[in-house]
Design a protein around this ligand. Structure first.
Ligand code: PLP
Length: 449
């Protein structure tokens, strides 16, 4: 009887038929549906699981919720917006908050990136930035500049443009031809294992961009797209000087540089953007996730004004559209309300500064795990951290999964994928909560067989 009750509460009333009906994204559906991990509520740094446990949110949702869960300011702004204007068409008509938000976002971006195109997600932001890059060159009469350069282990969402420039094999291999893209090598080097923060070695890998330019010619290359810190590839910080050198080469060869800051935008690195953290100004920045604290889907591409201006010039009659692109949910009024409330919180509570203060605390705690069984590398960048594992014989993905499941049973949610477990706590996390999650991680690793 007790078992039945536990099982019932674990399922939160969801039937097996209901579980089966939902084809879950990026999930092991078969395993999940045998042993569901359901979340039913959230407040501050904790989820409540269906069986009533408090689960520390070790990845701020999916890198989304740095300001913590259940923020009444955002909930109230969203509720008020739905009552006042629930949806409005973004094509040829507007609503005030998207303009207010765009201007406000321009102050979060590096100087000059002050023209904002809204999307519904990070994947849409990635594909939007690639389309803008191609269309920009075409507009300037350089229509041969169509190829893209990404990086191995890069992640730019799941749409066709994003998986083409992305460098995670599993995300591309199943889906056939994409758009023409070439890849720089990953900067994850064996000599940098267990480095604290940005590694010393690896800036030389930026020179590969010169080789690719020689091979394809700059007249055929539209843009380079990179995450300043590669999050989904396993928290890979850029080597010192690497991004600066990439930016120099792009500038010298008239190639646009796009930073995909869907994870690093709005505080994850302890700065407003990765661009600010590393002192590099790209031509476009893609954001999503933390822009609404994860509450409502939204993405955006911030462009240098010169890019926008190029589209406005010689564009025919002024009632004619300048860029044939946009989404039904671009600049959705409810998402704009959530974003404005999120920026208020980040600013008023000085959460970017708070996140910055957590960097050494996280660094020190995660690197204490060096030396535990099967730990092959530890990396940290801003408030993101990761532990990689030697592959188990014949099952390279097993150990991170085992560790994450052990963490779940101890009351911690962490992200696992590839050979890595990642932890990126909310910016509001307290030091004792960091103690708890990293020491639980150590215990779970020590239990690996
Ligand atoms: C750098 C980067 N780009 C794009 C995306 C895709 O965003 P979304 O899942 O909102 O489409 C992600 C998601 O993790 C990301 O990390």
């Amino acid at each position: 009887m007790a078992d039945q009750e536990t099982t019932a509460s674990k399922y939160a009333g969801v039937t097996q038929a209901q579980l089966d009906a939902h084809w879950m994204p990026y999930s092991g559906n078969r395993q999940f549906k045998q042993d569901p991990r359901l979340l039913v509520a959230a407040k501050d740094c904790f989820y409540t699981s269906a069986d009533g446990r408090q689960i520390f949110d070790g990845l701020s949702g999916l890198w989304t919720t740095g300001a913590g869960h259940g923020r009444s300011e955002i909930a109230n702004a969203v509720a008020a917006q739905i009552q006042q204007l629930d949806y409005s068409p973004g094509f040829q008509f507007g609503q005030p908050k998207s303009f207010i938000l765009a201007e406000r976002l321009s102050h979060w971006m590096p100087p000059g990136l002050n023209r904002i195109f809204f999307t519904g997600s990070g994947s849409e932001a990635a594909d939007t930035s690639l389309k803008i890059a191609r269309a920009y060159w075409r507009k300037l009469g350089k229509g041969t500049k169509t190829k893209f350069i990404g990086r191995a282990k890069g992640y730019h969402g799941v749409n066709f443009g994003g998986i083409s420039v992305g460098g995670l094999p599993a995300n591309r291999a199943w889906y056939g031809a994409g758009i023409e893209s070439y890849h720089l090598a990953s900067t994850l080097l064996p000599e940098n294992r267990f480095t604290r923060g940005e590694p010393e070695q690896g800036a030389h890998l930026a020179e590969q961009l010169i080789d690719l330019i020689q091979l394809h010619d700059a007249s055929n290359i539209a843009a380079v797209i990179l995450e300043p810190m590669a999050g989904s590839g396993g928290v890979i910080p850029p080597p010192k000087g690497y991004l600066q050198r990439i930016a120099e080469i792009c500038q010298a060869h008239d190639i646009l540089l796009i930073f995909d800051e869907v994870i690093t935008g709005f505080g994850r690195l302890g700065y407003k953007t990765g661009a600010e953290a590393y002192g590099v100004v790209p031509d476009m920045i893609n954001v999503a996730k933390q822009i609404t604290n994860g509450v409502i889907p939204m993405g955006a591409v911030a462009c240098k004004q010169g890019i926008y201006d190029a589209f406005m010039e010689d564009a025919g009659p002024d009632y004619q559209l300048e860029l044939p692109h946009g989404y039904t949910y671009s600049a959705h009024p409810v998402a704009c309300a959530a974003a404005l409330a999120t920026l208020d919180i980040l600013e008023q509570e000085q959460l970017i500064e708070r996140a910055h203060g957590l960097i050494p605390e996280i660094e020190q705690r995660v690197h204490q795990l060096q030396g535990l069984p099967y730990v092959s590398d530890i990396r940290n960048s801003g408030t993101a951290s990761a532990v990689s594992f030697e592959p188990a014989p014949g099952e390279p993905l097993l150990r991170p999964y085992q560790v994450a499941m052990a963490m779940w049973s101890k009351g911690f949610y962490v992200r696992y994928g590839g050979d890595t477990v990642a932890i990126a706590p909310p910016f509001i996390a307290e030091l004792n909560q960091l103690d708890d999650i990293y020491s639980a991680l150590g215990d779970c690793i020590a239990e690996l067989t």
